[in-house]
Structures are given as C-alpha cells and as structure tokens.
Design a binder for this molecule. Structure first.
Ligand code: PLP
Length: 369
C-alpha cells in the first residue's frame, strides 16, 4: 500500500542532499578508498568531537558496537549484565553471545531502565550495566552512574537511538566506559546500509575495539594479537556519514519542532499519553528518534491510522521475555508488558512536512473525539 504519510522516507532524505552525497560517493569510488581509509579516520574524529569523547571506532553495526564493547571490557562466562527487555533484541543478544547472563529490569514511564529497581538486581556476579537511551531520551544517568560506581560496575551505553541527545548537558555515549551507536538507515544519523560506532575516553578500550573489528591484526606490524572479527565500518559509509553528520543538528531541530507540533495538537486528548515536549524538562535534551505515544485502544487506533494512509510502527508488540525461544520467561516486568499493549510510534523524521504532521494529528483526533 502507498501511504500518504510513510513511516520513513529514504528517497526524500537522499534528494535533500543529493549533490553532496553523489560527489563524495564518486570521490571515494574513483580513488578506490574502500577499507580503513582517511574518510573513516576523519569520520571517527568528527564523531568523537560531536559526542565530546576522546575516541570513536567505526564498526559495522550498532549490534557489533555493543558486542565488541562487552568483549573489550572483558565480559564473559560467569558474568551477569543488567539491562532492560523493552529494547531492540540486539541489546540482549550480545550479552548472550559473550557467554554472559542477561538480567532484565523493568522500565519506568519514560520507557527507560527504572533505576530505582536497578540496585536490587545486582548480585556478586554482576559485571556491567547496559542502559538503553530509548526513543532519543537519556536514562537517568546521574543515578545510574552513582549506582555503577558504588558497586564497581562497568557501564556500556546502548545509545543507538540517542545520538545528539544529552542529560545535564552531557551527551549520550559519553557517560559509560563506551557508548554504542547505530547508523541503521532509520536512525537519526543513518548510513546507506548498516554501520555503527563505539565512543570512549579509554585509550586501551579504543585500541582493543580497533583490533577486534579487524581480525585482531595490528596493521602496522602484521602481528595478530587476538582472535577478532570482521566488523569494520566501510570507508564509503564513513564518507557518507561524515557528510550527513554536518546536517544532524538541523535534523534534530526539525524533529524537536515536529514533537512540539504533535504535542500542541494532541496533548488535550486524555486517552493518549505523549512523550514530554521538547522544553519541558531542561535536564533533558531529547532527539525524538521515535515519537511513541500510549493508548489503551492501541490496536483500534493503529488500524484507523493505517486505513487513513498513515504508516505506524509498534516497538514492540510482544515483550522480549515472552518470546519463548529466548529462554527469558522467568522475568516478570509489569511495565514492559503493559507497554507492549499500548505503544505506537507516529511518523517522525526531518522530511515529514508540517502538513503531513497536521494530517496525522487530525486523524488521531478523529479517532479520539
Ligand atoms: C538499532 C538499535 C540497535 C542495533 O543497531 P544495528 O545497527 O541495527 O545493529 C541496538 N539497540 C537499539 C536500542 C537500537 O535501536
């Protein structure tokens, strides 16, 4: 079906900067600069300064950013890692792939880890905490970092949805031992395919991830220092991302404008719960990776929106711990479970026009009133 308001619009995104992108793609391809070249180093430098950390290491996905971070931090068999179930499955998969055990805690009304429940989950085997900054809003990192340092735990931030977001002026990806970002096309900064990056202030960790992403090989000496992976960020993707990063602040501004429009148009509807408006709490700077609302009539509302030509996504209609194959059924997470029945994501991307947003608002209003 051709939606009047699609959930993402990749062609419009490309056409908004076609000249710049075409030029850089041509340059990279005609020089043959494909693997670990200057464009990658350049992008890593720009990303490190954007997040305000010392190092950034490009990898081939957000999932690998998380996985290699855990490995570099020495997480393995016998360790436990605390995270949430209300996240993309990759957050938990990488813990299992390291041989460690995931401990899932519930989320709060902001969809992020309920830090009040964090401390009671910690056991002598707990080695790390992986907060997820969901939908472009940070976890309460002040409390979380306090608990982590009190119990001497490593923090790996899943910042895949929060590039550019901050808490008390400090950017996502600059709190933990590492910050992990994804450049999946639908993320606030999207590649022309898959990509990811690890940010850190720790030199050894940056070097370790540099080795792990490239077969464990020191490219200068030729020595193989560990068994690694093939998880490099393609040089072409890095060149494209470096062009796009220059536009990111403006795209984030546009997302925040759209969030304000949605807020103005929908906040009087008592049957909907909206995310906080952009200026409502000055501790948080949100980037609205997703605009997630809650409704007790979720399924009927979604059907109404889809029939009206608005594409809607539900993240996630089934709580992760209810997927039997994953063996996580022993967790009881009432807020996570309730959210699965109530959340829906409205279209949210810089190319969404005011007119389209107004149409979404009007269509939601028609359903509610
Ligand atoms: C997108 C995402 C990931 C995984 O990133 P990929 O680049 O797709 O591997 C991990 N965690 C969260 C919260 C995400 O949104």
């Amino acid at each position: 079906m051709q939606y009047k308001v699609p959930f993402v619009n990749y062609p419009a995104h490309y056409h908004s900067m076609k000249k710049e992108l075409d030029a850089v793609i041509e340059e990279v391809l005609s020089k043959g600069d494909l693997i670990l070249r200057s464009q990658l180093r350049q992008f890593e430098d720009t990303m490190a300064s954007f997040v305000a950390v010392k190092y950034a290491v490009g990898v081939n996905s957000g999932t690998d950013a998380l996985h290699l971070s855990l490995l570099a931090a020495g997480v393995g068999h016998g360790d436990e890692v605390i995270t949430v179930a209300h996240t993309f499955v990759a957050t938990v998969a990488v813990i299992v792939h390291c041989g460690a055990k995931p401990l899932l805690v519930d989320v709060g009304e902001d969809y992020n880890m309920d830090v009040e429940q964090l401390e009671q989950s910690i056991t002598p085997r707990t080695k790390a905490i992986m907060p997820v900054h969901l939908n472009g809003r940070l976890c309460n990192m002040e409390k979380l970092m306090d608990i982590a340092s009190k119990h001497n735990l490593i923090v790996i931030e899943d910042a895949a949805q929060a590039l550019g977001a901050s808490f008390d002026g400090k950017k996502a990806g600059s709190f933990g031992l590492t910050g992990c970002f994804s450049f999946y096309p639908a993320k606030v900064l999207g590649a022309a395919g898959d990509g990811g990056i690890v940010t850190t202030n720790n030199k050894e960790i940056a070097e370790r991830i540099g080795l792990l992403r490239d077969h464990g090989e020191n490219r200068t000496s030729g020595d193989i220092l560990c068994f690694g992976f093939n998880s490099r960020l393609d040089n072409l993707q890095a060149a494209i991302l470096d062009v796009k990063l220059k536009h990111l602040p403006q795209w984030i501004e546009r997302r925040r404008q759209l969030a304000s429009l949605y807020h103005e148009g929908l906040s009087d509807l008592s049957e909907l719960k909206l995310p906080p408006a952009p200026q409502s709490d000055t501790s948080y700077f949100d980037v609205y990776q997703n605009y997630v609302v809650r409704s007790q009539e979720r399924d009927r509302l979604v059907a109404h929106l889809r029939e009206s030509g608005i594409e809607i996504l539900i993240s996630w209609p089934k709580p992760m711990h209810h997927h039997k194959a994953l063996g996580l059924g022993h967790f009881h997470l009432p807020v996570t479970e309730q959210l699965s029945d109530e959340v829906l994501s409205l279209p949210m991307y810089p190319e969404l026009s005011d007119k389209q947003a107004e149409f979404v608002i009007q269509t939601v209003r028609n359903f509610c009133t």
